[in-house]
Design a protein around this ligand. Structure first.
Ligand code: M6R
Length: 369
């Protein structure tokens, strides 16, 4: 059942190249245009949308957070990302011109279902990005964009996250194409980068998995971890911290790197492991700020574990460990940088002898509010 892997989580981490490829498959035609046959929302409505609200919980919400950066950039439509359980209790501003996008692996998360019902009552069209065929969310939404990640058995989400980002990116590029926000060659360019991601994820696993697993075992006695990221690296930091909490039961917090000096830096002390997700040096404004953050925490004694692009040597003097990731445009970065964080969390949990597939107190789908 586990395909030769020790745990379902290991199997599902290794299925990520296929999950991304399958989510892309059949959705781009021979002219390079995105065709979402399942998009049963009138194109005129999609053209008139003036706001997108993404509703989700947990890892799915972090996928939505990543998507916000891409969709706003491509479509020039404001995107709000809302935790489903907060949404309907705060009188949200929703109208016929709002497109609600619900993201869920299971399609059965009650918080998300209730939020979607509320959005529909206010006249919003709802698009569900779900992994489970025929699930409640898939049935209740106006349209469904399936992530074709295959069944995810481990309680901690891995391949669903990558497939959700991929589906959100297809949606963003589709809307850009429909609304004429981007030149066709720019959409084609991003689609080409997306198409390269399965091979890059595989290269990353082949090249770094063993080292990251060893690092997880080495740091198994640590009781607290920080994760820092900026731009799309920020939701990746949040997801890295969530994986570690869920699997290894240790305190882990993700921060927007720029927030460090507004408070969290007070937590840094000798030996505290800090993961830092560094943007590509081809975005120097972003990159250099994050590199200074590494220096700041290192100067206060942190053990820095840096996730950086292949060939980015600027991080070397400040990094205790560097995890190298293939070169890719910034918006594609989450599809790679989260992978070592998943591997790390599983390795640390394994070293502690914990049940990786069934962490304590958690259920695969949360079907009560
Ligand atoms: O099935 P869903 O995607 O709606 O589930 C949402 C969250 O409950 C889920 O992502 C949860 O946070 C996972 N345990 C994360 O690993």
């Amino acid at each position: 059942v586990k395909g030769g892997y020790e745990t379902f989580m290991d199997k599902e981490i290794h299925e990520q190249p296929v999950a991304v490829a399958d989510t892309l498959r059949g959705r781009v035609d021979e002219r390079g245009e995105i065709q979402l046959d399942e998009m049963r929302i009138d194109p005129a409505v999609l053209r008139s949308v003036d706001k997108i609200i993404v509703i989700a919980c947990g890892t799915a919400a972090y996928a939505g957070h990543v998507a916000k950066y891409a969709i706003e950039h491509w479509c020039r439509v404001p995107v709000e990302v809302e935790l489903a359980h907060e949404f309907r209790y705060r009188d949200p501003v929703v109208s016929e011109k709002t497109l609600t996008v619900a993201i869920s692996q299971s399609g059965e998360t009650m918080d998300t279902i209730q939020a979607v019902r509320h959005a529909r009552e206010q006249g919003s069209k709802v698009l569900a990005i779900v992994n489970t065929y025929g699930s409640t969310l898939a049935r209740e939404a106006d349209a469904v964009l399936y992530t074709h990640a295959g069944p995810e058995v481990a309680v901690a989400s891995t391949k669903a996250f990558l497939a959700q980002i991929t589906a959100c990116y297809l949606l963003g590029l589709y809307l850009a194409q429909l609304r004429g926000n981007k030149w066709p060659d720019e959409v084609a360019d991003y689609l080409a980068h997306l198409a390269q991601m399965p091979a890059k994820i595989q290269d990353l696993l082949d090249g770094q998995e063993e080292r990251v697993r060893a690092l997880g075992a080495e740091l198994a006695d640590k009781t607290s971890f920080l994760f820092l990221g900026r731009h799309v690296g920020y939701p990746v930091a949040l997801e890295g911290a969530l994986k570690l909490k869920e699997l290894a039961y240790v305190h882990a917090e993700g921060f927007a790197a720029g927030e460090l000096k507004h408070g969290p830096i007070a937590l840094v002390e000798e030996g505290l492991p800090v993961f830092v997700i560094v943007p590509t040096p081809r975005r120097p404004l972003l990159h250099d700020k994050v590199v200074s953050n590494i220096q700041e925490v290192r100067a206060r004694g942190a053990r820095t574990i840096v996730i950086a692009e292949e060939g980015d040597l600027t991080v070397e003097p400040f990094a205790d460990d560097v995890i190298r990731v293939p070169r890719t445009p910034t918006l594609m970065w989450p599809l790679l940088t989260v992978v070592p964080l998943q591997v790390f969390a599983a390795a640390l949990a394994r070293a502690k002898g914990l049940d990786i597939d069934q962490p304590r107190n958690l259920a695969k789908s949360v079907t009560v509010e």
